[in-house]
Write a protein that binds this ligand. Sequence first.
Ligand SMILES: Cc1ncc(C[n+]2csc(CCOP(=O)(O)OP(=O)(O)O)c2C)c(N)n1
Length: 320
Amino acid sequence: MEQKERILKMYEMMYRIRKYEERVNSLFLQGILPGTIHQSLGQEACAVGMLFDLEPSDYVVSTHRPAGHALAKGVPLRSMMAEMFGKSTGCCRGKGGSMHVGDISVGMLPAIAIVGGGLPIAVGLGLSCKMKGTRQVVVSFFGDGASNEGAFHEALNGAAIWNLPVIFACENNHYAASTRVDKVMKLKHVAERASAYGMPGQIVDGMDVLQVNEAARIAIERARSGGGPTLLELKTYRFCGHSRTDSCRYRDKMEEEYWLSRDPIQTLRIHILREKIADEESLRTIENRVTGDIEESVQYALSSPDPEPAEALQHVFYGE
Ligand SMILES: Cc1ncc(C[n+]2csc(CCOP(=O)(O)OP(=O)(O)O)c2C)c(N)n1
C-alpha cells in the first residue's frame, strides 16, 4: 500500500474510533446503555499507529479503555456496539460490556480491566508464540498508572530474559484516574524504565499517528525477527474524564487546552489537506461513510435479541 493510501486509512480509523466513542457517550447520557464507560478520546493515534501494521494473527492485550484498540485490531463495529447494549450478538455475547470488548478470531483478547493485569498475560501469549515458533507478535497496552504496579515489572523482566516478541505500549495520558503521574513516579519518563530490564525504551509523541506508527513498525520488526521486546511510551492525553462520573476538576484548564490544540485527528486532517494527500470533499466522503456505519451499528444493536437466561451458564469455561 502506498503511503498516501496508508495515511487515509489511518485517518479513517482514528475518525471511526472518535465517532464511535462519541456516539456511545451520547447513548449513555440518554440512559440507554447500562454500566459506565472509560473512553479514549484524544488517544486515537496510539491505537491506530501501534496496530496499523500488525498481522490479523498477531495479538493485542488491552485495558479498561479498550474501544480504540479493539476497532483498530479489526473487531467488527456492529459486534462492539451490540456488546455495549448487552446483546447476544455482541462480541462477548453481551457478557463483557464496555471494559471487556474483544474477539479472539481477529487477535483481540477480550480486554482486561484490572490495572496492570494484562501485562503478564501478554507475556504468557508471547511465550506461547515463541515456543510454537509462529512468528506472531503481541502488543500490550497499559497506562502510566499501570507502570507502577508490580505486574508491570515482572512482565518486562520476564519478556526480556526470555527474549519474547512482546511490545509494551504505555499510553501515558498523564493521569491514573485523578492522580497525576509525577506525584507517583520519581522518573520523568516511563520509557526510562526499559534499561532496568535490558530492552530498548523510546518516548513517542502519542498525538502524532505517523510517529507512533514509525516506532511501532521498528518494534514489530524487531519482535518478529527474534530481537525481543520493546517498551514504547506514547505521550498522550484523554479529552474526557476517567469514566462517566468524572468531571476532571483535578486538571488545569490551560493544560487541557494545550492538549486539545494537539488533537491527533485534526492534526492529521490538516496534514492531509496541506500535503494534498486528499481534498476536503474526499475527507467528507470518508467522514460520512463512518457516520453512516456507526448509525447502522446502533440500529443493528437495538434490533438484536437480548441473551436468553440459560446463556448465562454458557461459555463460562474454556472450550464450552
Ligand atoms: C488493580 C486495580 N486497581 C485499581 C483499579 C481501579 N482503576 C481502574 S482504571 C484506574 C486508573 C488507571 O490508570 P492508568 O493505568 O494510567 O490508565 P488510564 O486510565 O490512564 O488509561 C484505576 C485506579 C483497577 N481496575 N485495578
